[in-house]
Design a protein around this ligand. Structure first.
Ligand code: ADP
Length: 582
C-alpha cells in the first residue's frame, strides 16, 4: 500500500515533468525552425525585390529585362544561393549550365507563371542537400515573360534543429532523473508519517494503545497524526473503562447467588455463572433445549417470538427447589435481538412462606370456627328450651364459657405472635436470675403435676446463673415448656429440670418421660398451629402457638431451643440463654 502510493507519486511526478519538457521542447524546436525558415523566406523575398529594383522595372523590352536578370544572377555566382531564370514554359534559360532542364517546373514555379505566386518558400533537395525555394514572375507591364526562382540552402537550419533537439532530449533525461530523485524524496517525506500511522494502527489492533506517534510536521499530515494520537488515547481510555466495567460485571456474575445463563439467537449457551450450576445441571449441555427441555414446555423460538423486548417469567421446580426463570432479550444497536439472558432465582423460601401464610389463615379460621360452632349450637339449644332445666343450662353455659376462654386464649396468642413479628413487643431487658424464675415457675406447676401423680424435680445448681432478659418473657417460655411436659406426659411420669453452664450459654433443660414426639414431627413443632396430636392438644386447651411464641422470644434473647425426643420414652427441651455480658 505504502509502496504503491510512493511509486505512484514518483510516476505522476516523472510523467508531469516529461509532458512539460516534451511540450516545451516541441514548442522551442518549432519556434526556432519557423523563425529560421521565416528568415530564409525574408532573405529570398528581399533578394528578388532587390533584383527587381535594380532596373528590371525600368527596362522597356523583354531582352533588356532578361539581360539585367542575367547580370544580377552572375553577380551571385559565388554565393551558396542558386538563382534560376525560367521561361514561360518553365524551362530554365539561365545560367547556361542548367538550361533546358525542366526539373524546377514545380508548384511554386507554376503558381508564379500563373501570376499568383505562393507567398511562402518550399522545400527542395539538391544533391541530397536541403534548400528553400521561392519563385516570382518577371513581368513586362502585365505580361509574364518568365520566372525568377531562387534557392537558399537550409541545411544549416536542419543541423541547428537537430542539435537543439539533442539538447532538449538531454534536458528531458536530466529532468526525469531529477524528478525521480526529488519524487522519491518528496514521497518519502509524505509517506513516512503515513507508514508510522499504519504501523501504529497495526500495533493498536494488537492491543498496544499506549505509545504516541511523534508529530513531525505542522501540516495536514501533522494534524492527522495529532488526531490519530487523540483517537488512540480516547480509545485507550474507553477500553480501560469498558474492561473495568466488564471486570465489575464478571465479579458480580461470579459472586451473585442468582444463576445467569446467556443464550445466543440460536439458543446456544454462551455464558453461565457459577451460581447457575447450583440450580441446573449444565454438564455436557450446550443448548436451550438440552438445559431447559425437562422443565419448560416452551421452546426457545417461542420465547424469542413472544418476548418483544419484554421480560418473560416462568416458575419451574427443579428437584425440591422452586426456581423463577426471567428471560430478558439483549439487543444490538438496531434493536435486533441477539439472544436472551436467563436469570434463575431460588424462590423456594418465598414459596414456602406463601404456603405457610395460606396454611396459617386456614388454621386460624379452623381454630376459631370450632369453638364458635360449639358456642352457637349450645346457645341455640339453650334458646330452644334447654334453658328451662337449670342443670343442663349450667352445663351448657360452662361449655360456652370454656370455648370462649379458648378463643380468648387463641386470640391472645395470635396477637402476641403478631406483635413479635412486627417487633412491637417491648422487652424490658435486665439482669435476671434464671434460678429464681425456674423455681417460681416450677412451684406453679407442681400442683398440676401432682394432680397427674407426676414427679417434678429441679436439680438446682449452686451458682446463681444470671442472664440479660425480660423476666416475664423468660418465665413465659419456661412455663410453656414445663406445662407441655406436664400436658404431654402420662400419669406417674417424671419431669426433671436442670440448669447448667454449657460453653457460652446457660441451659435450662426440661426432661420428661412422656409420650415423646415422632421424628417426622420434631422439625415442625415450632411452626404455628403445628400439633402432633391435635385432639389431645385441644383437649388440653393448647392453641398450637406456644412453642412458636417461645422460639420468637428465645431468638430475641439471642438464644435458641433444642429438642430431643423418643416416642414412648420422653422428650427433652433445652433452652439456651447466652451468658450475661459483664
Ligand atoms: P400446644 O398449645 O398444642 O401445646 P405448643 O406449641 O406448645 O402447642 O406445642 C406444639 C406441639 O408439640 C404440641 O401440640 C405437642 O403435640 C408437641 N409437644 C410439645 N411439648 C411436648 C412434650 N413435652 N412431649 C410431647 N409432645 C410435645
Amino acid at each position: 500500500m505504502t509502496r504503491s502510493i510512493k511509486w505512484r507519486m514518483v510516476s505522476i511526478y516523472v510523467l508531469l515533468v516529461l509532458i512539460v519538457m516534451i511540450a516545451s521542447g516541441t514548442l522551442i524546436v518549432t519556434k526556432i525552425r519557423n523563425n529560421a525558415y521565416k528568415d530564409i523566406e525574408e532573405n529570398l523575398k528581399g533578394a528578388i525585390s532587390d533584383m527587381k529594383n535594380r532596373g528590371i522595372s525600368d527596362a522597356a523590352t523583354e531582352e533588356e529585362i532578361i539581360i539585367k536578370c542575367q547580370d544580377y544572377i552572375n553577380s551571385y555566382q559565388d554565393s551558396d544561393r542558386k538563382i534560376y531564370l525560367l521561361n514561360t514554359n518553365g524551362i530554365v534559360t539561365f545560367p547556361e549550365k542548367y538550361t533546358g532542364t525542366s526539373s524546377y517546373f514545380n508548384t511554386m514555379v507554376m503558381a508564379a507563371l500563373n501570376d499568383s505566386p505562393i507567398n511562402k518558400t518550399d522545400k527542395v533537395y539538391l544533391d541530397e542537400k536541403e534548400y528553400r525555394g521561392y519563385a516570382e514572375p518577371i513581368k513586362l507591364g502585365n505580361k509574364i515573360i518568365g520566372v525568377i526562382y531562387m534557392l537558399e540552402p537550409s541545411e544549416q537550419v536542419k543541423q541547428n534543429l537537430i542539435s537543439t533537439v539533442k539538447i532538449i532530449i538531454l534536458a528531458i533525461v536530466l529532468a526525469i532523473f531529477l524528478s525521480v530523485v526529488f519524487g522519491v524524496m518528496f514521497s518519502n517525506f509524505l509517506t513516512k508519517p503515513i507508514i508510522a500511522l499504519s504501523d501504529k494502527a497495526r500495533a493498536m489492533s494488537q492491543g498496544d494503545l499506549d505509545n504516541e506517534i511523534e508529530v513531525l510536521s505542522n501540516d495536514e499530515i501533522g494534524e492527522l497524526t495529532k488526531n490519530f494520537n487523540i483517537m488512540a488515547k480516547t480509545l485507550n481510555n474507553n477500553l480501560i473503562e469498558i474492561s473495568s466495567e466488564k471486570n465489575k460485571l464478571e465479579t458480580v456474575f461470579a459472586h451473585m447467588t442468582d444463576g445467569i445463563l446467556v443464550f445466543d439467537a440460536f439458543g446456544v449457551l454462551i455464558h453461565s455463572n457459577p451460581a447457575s450450576k447450583d440450580f441446573i445441571d449444565l454438564i455436557d449441555k450446550f443448548s436451550f433445549g438440552e438445559i431447559m427441555g425437562d422443565y419448560l414446555e416452551v421452546t426457545y423460538d417461542e420465547i424469542l417470538r413472544n418476548i418483544n423486548t419484554e421480560i418473560r417469567q416462568y416458575i419451574i421446580q427443579i428437584d425440591n427447589k422452586y426456581v423463577n426463570l426471567c428471560f430478558a432479550p439483549y439487543l444490538d444497536q438496531k434493536d435486533n435481538i441477539l439472544g436472551n439472558i436467563c436469570v434463575l432465582q431460588d424462590i423456594t423460601e418465598h414459596k414456602k412462606l406463601e404456603e405457610m401464610q395460606k396454611e396459617f389463615v386456614a388454621n386460624v379460621s379452623h381454630e376459631l370456627r370450632t369453638p364458635l360452632t360449639t358456642i352457637k349450637s349450645y346457645a341455640e339449644t339453650l334458646l330452644d328450651g334447654a334453658m328451662e332445666d337449670p342443670e343442663i343450662a349450667t352445663n351448657f353455659l360452662n361449655v360456652i364459657n370454656h370455648e370462649g376462654d379458648r378463643m380468648t386464649e387463641l386470640v391472645k396468642d395470635l396477637l402476641e405472635l403478631s406483635r413479635l413479628d412486627n417487633k412491637q413487643t417491648k422487652f424490658k431487658m435486665q439482669s435476671i436470675s434464671l434460678s429464681k424464675i425456674l423455681e417460681g415457675s416450677i412451684s406453679k406447676f407442681q400442683i398440676h403435676a401432682k394432680k397427674k401423680n407426676q414427679t417434678m424435680v429441679y436439680n438446682s445448681p449452686e451458682i446463681d446463673y444470671k442472664i440479660t432478659g425480660d423476666p416475664n418473657r423468660v418465665e413465659q417460655v419456661i412455663k410453656n415448656i414445663i406445662s407441655n411436659a406436664v400436658k404431654y406426659s402420662f400419669e406417674d411420669a417424671n419431669i426433671t429440670i436442670d440448669l447448667i453452664d454449657k460453653d457460652r450459654y446457660v441451659v435450662v433443660s426440661i426432661q420428661d418421660t412422656g409420650m415423646g414426639i415422632p421424628d417426622e414431627d420434631l422439625g415442625r413443632i415450632f411452626e404455628r398451629f403445628y400439633r402432633v396430636d391435635k385432639a389431645r392438644s385441644r383437649a388440653m386447651g393448647g392453641t398450637g402457638l406456644g412453642l412458636a411464641i417461645a422460639k420468637e422470644i428465645m431468638d430475641y434473647h439471642g438464644g435458641h431451643i433444642k429438642v430431643k425426643s423418643e416416642v414412648g420414652s420422653g422428650t427433652c427441651f433445652s433452652l439456651y440463654f447466652p451468658h450475661k455480658v459483664a
